[in-house]
Design a protein around this ligand. Sequence first.
Ligand code: ZN
Length: 379
Amino acid sequence: MVDSRSEPAWAWPDLHDAQRAVLLEVLINGSASRAELARRTGLSRTSLTRLARDLVELGFLAEGETNAPNGRGRPSEILNLEPSAAQFAGVKLTGEALYAVVTDLQANVIELEEQSLVSRYAPDAVSQIAEIVRGFSASHPRLASVGVCLAGDVEQVRGRSVIVGSHFLGWDNVPLESLVEAETGLPIAMSNDVQALTAAHHWFGAGVGRRSLVLFGLGAGIGAGIVVNDELVRGSHGHPGKVGHIPVRHIGPTCDRGHVGCASAYVTIPAILHNAADTSFERVLERAAAGDRAAQSALDDAGYALGVVVAQLMNVIDPEKVIVTGEGLAVARAGKAAMDIALAEQLDPAFERSEIDVHDFSFADYAWAAAVSAIRRVV
Ligand SMILES: [Zn+2]
């Protein structure tokens, strides 16, 4: 039996700010020569040479012969990230299941595991997360940190992340960061799942290179993540992007908070099932594809509501790109005509429309996003 509180054999080193800045630059913006890195970070060539040597010695960077991605620079001077320098665990909790991944330093998934959630009782969930992390640590000795994300509100209380509310898990005020850290001995990053996914796409996914971005996560609920000026918007209370109750129509179905015709009354999977009188989202999609009017009508209403929400945020944020993803993303395809009508009605006419990317999704994406939050926690 492994002592769950034993110190890990390897720990992420305590980098100082300048070392971190250089590592982050290569991590996010790719391989570069020392001269290019000095220019991009605003550091002197002398400092950069010393910092690069530190990072090579620590194993995070390696001298490479390959050219920079843009094809410029002298090949002999290129510094590359060493993705195998550290590994990161990411866990997504739902009310029923737990999805877990291990990634390398470049956020490439190298292991994936899916388990049924043993119970929604928080100490049981913590034990299950810790057991998975111990397994990952055994096969990946340079596991540096752990990210956990879920649908719910995460707040900082005295410098620690607390789940102040998660409807799907039935949790109130669960100090998950402290609990998982005590069990694993590793630094923990806790996030709302849509916020984590937005940050992950910004650094490593569909939002790379965009300084502003809005991501919509569709599923049991609808939430938005916002990046402005290359920074994830965190809000003053830790939970921005509450778009679920934006009014769509003055008559129609009612959401769980009693609003008539708000976005949640149409666009969430439970709302679509209610409005289509079905119990399976897949079957609603199949029925609509086969010409069932009630099913198509529920998807059109959902698409229209999605279009309203997307248009409102585009009008406010003016992002370079919009990403629509999550297990309910089929709404943006099966209800696309209605979504386009809402966009045409509600987008500001002066607005040059941002790219809308309906992005394929699996639940492992949220676990990947949690692993990216673990990378962001230490780098
Ligand atoms: Zn509502």
